[in-house]
Design a protein around this ligand. Structure first.
Ligand code: YSA
Length: 328
């Protein structure tokens, strides 16, 4: 084999250079091809021997190129494996961890408190009928109390529930007393949104029914909730008010110390009362008494956590939400 050809093959560093060598020696205009073409000009007695010799050289060059190709290929593979080497013993890279929203945590905390007091947690539909949201709760058809809870209606006459109270009658229709339930959930109102009003917010409802349940039990339940949320001995207050589905009815508030100002204030939470006989009648109940209360979860979270505007809960702004990572 030509020494020059061998040197060319050995000098090729990559597959492209090797291809150039192949063209130079074995291509259409390559040196070996030219030599083969030149055979015709030789006298016939020399032609055979010369032909064999040139073919042998050609095969040797082909073999050398093939061997070099395999070597380059192995080297390239080794380089690539080295470059892409992965240390499987390194600790993994993880993205930022998500967390629960403050309202979710407050809700879970509340449900924990009530579970500890022996309440069962139940949920109900957000798309309601007029019957469960108003009628069965003793709101007469044209009563002005309906206007305070204006909401969103579907074409088929259903509505987005304005409170969690519709679950009172739904639950009573399918369960027998005595029982203690809490109902967390999303509620909706056609509301002019401002710092303390959202069109979509959350409530927690409690309903306790049995024989001889009294206003004192209601008072005690609210007290127990206040003790669990704000510490033993927290003061609570009931002020008479009107809701069609209770008699008597009241607003309730919890006394707490504002962490920033250090002042004691009343935190108005929601409504409560003794379940109205008409509500029991709508559910087909007789001979029992019970109490219920319901309050806004956002309102409960705003004051203790210093959230000045209810809309902040829903703007998905991490600067707000991350402040509560360590809460609860
Ligand atoms: C009353 C008596 C019972 O026996 C049982 C439940 C109730 C509560 C009644 N269902 C109700 O919804 N009353 S309410 O209209 O006064 O709302 C209760 C609480 O929801 C309010 O005290 C407030 O904390 C919250 N809330 C009302 N509108 C809101 C709101 N929170 C945020 N945005 C709004 N637009």
């Amino acid at each position: 084999m030509h020494e020059e050809a061998r040197a060319d093959v050995e000098a090729a560093e990559d597959l492209r250079a090797l291809q150039e060598v192949r063209v130079k020696w074995l291509g259409k205009k390559g040196r070996i091809t030219q030599e083969l073409k030149g055979l015709g000009a030789l006298p016939s007695d020399e032609r055979r021997e010369a032909g064999q010799r040139i073919h042998a050289v050609k095969e040797a060059i082909e073999a050398a190129i093939e061997a070099r190709r395999a070597t380059i290929h192995r080297a390239e593979l080794a380089a690539r494996l080295a470059a892409e080497r992965v240390d499987v013993t390194l600790p993994g890279r993880s993205g930022p961890a998500g967390g629960l929203h403050l309202l979710t945590k407050v809700t879970h905390h509340l449900l924990d408190v009530f579970a500890g007091l022996g309440y069962e947690v139940v949920t109900g539909p957000e798309l309601e009928t007029d019957h469960y949201n108003f009628g069965a709760l003793n709101f007469p058809p044209e009563h002005p109390a309906r206007d305070e809870q204006d909401t969103f209606w579907t074409r088929d006459g259903r509505l987005l529930r304005t409170h969690t109270s519709p679950m009172q009658v739904r639950y009573m229709e399918t369960h027998a007393p005595p029982f203690k339930v809490v109902v967390p959930g999303k509620v909706f109102r056609n509301e002019a949104v401002d710092a303390t009003h959202e069109a979509q917010f959350h409530q927690l409802e409690a309903l306790v029914v049995g024989e001889r349940i009294t206003m004192a039990d209601l008072r005690g339940a609210i007290q127990e909730m206040a003790d669990a949320l704000f510490g033993e001995g927290t003061r609570t207050r009931l002020q008479p008010t009107f809701f069609p589905f209770v008699e008597p009815g009241a607003e309730f508030a919890i006394r707490w110390t504002h962490p920033k100002t250090g002042r004691d204030e009343w935190l108005e939470l929601g409504g409560c009362g003794m379940v109205h006989p008409n509500v029991f009648a709508a559910a087909g109940y007789e001979g029992v008494t019970g109490f219920a209360f319901g309050f806004g979860i956002e309102r409960l979270a705003m004051v203790p956590y210093g959230v000045p505007d209810i809309r902040w809960f829903y703007q998905s702004d991490l600067r707000v939400l991350e402040q509560f990572e360590g809460a609860l």
